[in-house]
Each structure stands twice: as structure tokens, then as C-alpha cells.
Design a protein around this ligand. Sequence first.
Ligand code: SF4
Length: 377
Amino acid sequence: MNWILKQGEWRDLADKVAAGQRIDESEALRLFETKDLHVLGALATLANRRKNGNRASFIVNRYINYSNYCILSCQFCAFARKKRDADGFQYTVEEITAMAREALSVGITELHIVGGLHPSLPFSYYLDMLRALKQVDSRLQLKCFTAIEVLHLAWLGKRSTEQTLRELKEAGLDSLTGGGAEIFQPAVRQAIARGKESAEEYLAVHRAWHRMGGRSTCTMLYGHVETVADRVDHLRRLRELQDETRGFVGFVPLAYHPENNRIGVPHPPTGFDSLRTIAVSRVYLDNFDHITAYWVGLGLKLAQVALNFGADDLHGTIFDERIFHMAGATSPQQQTIEAMSKAIREAGLVPRQRDTFYQPIRDWPLEPEQAPDAVLV
Ligand code: SF4
């Protein structure tokens, strides 16, 4: 155990984490309220190393947004457009498969596909898209749709949520994305995403997917109008569902970006706030194997630091990120394998390329001069 934790006021939590015991909500709040980043880093690293040893992962993937037209107008969203807007877009299935072919040629294993709640595309469009992508390459893992998109498709197709998910799965859906969780607390949700599904509906979609054997990730959008107590409440609800289904493969905290939207938050979350949020998440979510430091929102430099604050994953190469960049993210729109594996190596860990379900594909060599030949796992 780190010497910082061996004495003083943090010994009780350190003993719990070292023994793999669960901390409760008041202890999570206590962690959120400390200003001692060293303690947070030491506790979170203790929890992380128990699960993931000295490895940290990334995925080679590409994002595709099939459309940014949306019938909702969530206050925090800088991505959605109405049909009257000049910069709205939507892609045909043929255009999407062409993007997939291009990305496959550079070695992606996953397509991450989300969009707005389109006002008129039929349910068949989504099934056709999944089928067409699987025809491009049946090994390509399709991680698609947020919970609110699934509810929109169920409404469009006049089907139950379960039947909608079943048909999407039969067409090729491998995993749901975790987007759209925002903050579960109702008043906060109303303030940032009025009209969106409730916390109960978000969790019900993931529960239904998990019950049919599916896996998904989940998220929390932090750093806007919520309190740290709201964050703990959000984590509690995710941990409860995970106790029930074990269907979440990872948790992705998302740093709020304040530009081009209708919420008056002048400053995005600071580096301190992001590191403590990742650290508390790692310690509190004892039933989650993986915590992602989402470089798009954090920047790769801070995401790299987060690898010693509880994160064990940097997310993906992405290639074309739009949602955060339309909200003011200044990070690049893609990362190379070399940049991510270098960031992991510098943090003292072994870079591991993973698939959608965090299963290992290959370890990248410890010394840069050994690249590009990775070690197959
Ligand atoms: S967050 Fe999603 S549902 Fe809300 S307005 Fe934006 S695209 Fe639409």
C-alpha cells in the first residue's frame, strides 16, 4: 500500500479498498470533498491495480454520426440541428458503408455510431445500416445507439423496447453505447436535458439489453449545474444496476464542454475536478472492471495523467469526433495508435489494444523502437 495511505485519516478507506470491500455513498462524498489529490490518486490506483494490473487499454475505432437532425433540443447539446438549419446532415446507408470500408483499411475493429432523434428516417433505415455494415466485414464490432435513440426507434417502429433491441441485435448490433445518461437527478436532468428520457428509462433500456445477453457502457456528464452529491447519486444507480445485471463493461465519465449551448456554465470542469471524478468513480464502482479517461473531453495529456488516478483505458482512435467538438473541445478529432500507446507507456503501464468488450487484442511493445510489430495476446 502507498505510504500516503498507511497513516492518518484515510487509513480506513485504504484498508477497505485493499481488501476489495465496497465503500458507501457518504465515503464517496468524503472523497469528492477532499482537496488531497495525492490521496485520491493513491486510493484509485490501489483499486485499479487490483483489477487491471499494469495494463491500460485503447481501441482502434471510428465514430460515425449518421445524422445530427433531432426532434429534441436538450439545453446542453451543441450537436443537434433542425431541418431548417444549413449545417444539418444525414448520411445514406451507402455513404456509411463507404466510411466503414475506408476505416477498415486502417485497422479499426469497432464502429461507434450514434445520431440525433431523426424526425423521419424509418425504422428500416437503422436495420439496413447494421446489416450492410456486417456485410462489409462480419468481424467489425458495431457499438451503436444511446438509450434515448433505442426508445425513439421503438416509438418509430411501434414496438416494445425489448422487441426493438432484439431486431437490432439480429441485424448486427453488438453493443449499446453509454451516451445520454447525463446526470440522473431529476431537477438537474430537467435543467440540462428537458424532454430526454428519465433515469429510469435510461436504466430500463440497458437492463433489457443486458437481460438478453447484451453488453454496454455507461456514462456521466459532469461539471455543469450538478453537485457532487448528484454525482454520487448517479454512480449509486449505475452500481445498483450493475449488481443486478453485470452487463456494463466499462464506465466513461464525460467532462462537460460549455460552448454553443444554452446552459450558463462559464468554465468547463478543471483538471482537478476531472481527476477526482475519475478517482472516486474507480473506488466507488467496485463492480465495474474498467474506467475510461475519455481523451476527447480531457485532452490526451490529462487523460494520460488519469491513468494514475483510477483510469485503465483511453478510449479510441475515433477518427472523426463531432459531438464534443461542436461543444468547443479543442482536442484533435482523432488519435493515432502510436500516440495512445506512447501515453500509456510513459505512465508506466503496458499498452493493450482491446475490442469493444475490453477483451485484449494485442499488447503494444514496451520500447518504441519495437513498433510496429505488436505482441499478439
Ligand atoms: S443530446 Fe441527443 S437527444 Fe438531446 S438534442 Fe442532442 S442529439 Fe438530440
